[in-house]
Design a protein around this ligand. Structure first.
Ligand code: SF4
Length: 173
């Protein structure tokens, strides 16, 4: 997936499921395979460079899932047969916290503002359950940086600059 251009009202929205709105905050250029990392990095970079981009929020497979090796026609199989069901539950929890509804459209900047005011690192265990990325602390760090006014608020930009030029290497399963 190449860079997307979505800075005006005529551009299609980026379709993201509820819990992925949080995952984006902790992304450090690692993922399930190289294709996944490349895709997620491109999406995040697009949103960071164009915070006015429209996002359509979902509780179903999204633009990130599209390049995931654990995505099957019937949904996520990362954690077994009930995985998609569990992901949907997480999506619903996050959307409710952010005051969003499935199919709603909102600018990325407003999503960041809602996360900043509604979710902190301590909330993640109850939202994310047994997600394998949670113990790494990336998402907690991303969430806390988003909320801490003493930090550079261009945290997304800073993070995107640390993305590796070669996404083949850091792919992490
Ligand atoms: S812990 Fe997992 S589900 Fe939660 S924000 Fe991080 S990557 Fe997403």
């Amino acid at each position: 997936m190449g860079d997307l251009r979505m800075s005006d009202n005529s551009s299609p929205p980026v379709r993201l499921r509820g819990h992925t709105l949080l995952c984006m905050q902790g992304f450090r250029g690692e993922g399930y395979n190289a294709e996944f990392v490349k895709n997620m990095a491109a999406i995040r970079r697009t949103l960071t460079d164009n915070p006015e981009s429209w996002v359509e929020v979902l509780a179903s497979p999204d633009t990130v899932c599209a390049a995931c090796p654990h995505q099957h026609p019937y949904g996520c199989v990362l954690n077994g047969a009930r995985s998609e069901e569990e992901m949907i539950d997480q999506d619903q929890v996050v959307l409710q916290r952010l005051g969003l509804k499935v199919g709603g459209r909102i600018r990325w900047q407003q999503i960041l503002e809602r996360i900043r005011s509604s979710v902190c690192g301590d909330d993640l265990p109850s939202i994310c359950g047994a997600c394998r990325w949670l113990p790494l602390g990336y998402c907690r760090g991303g969430m806390d940086r988003l909320r801490d006014p003493t930090q550079d608020t261009r945290v997304d930009r800073l993070s995107s600059q640390t993305l590796p030029s070669d996404p083949q290497n850091p792919a992490r399963v």
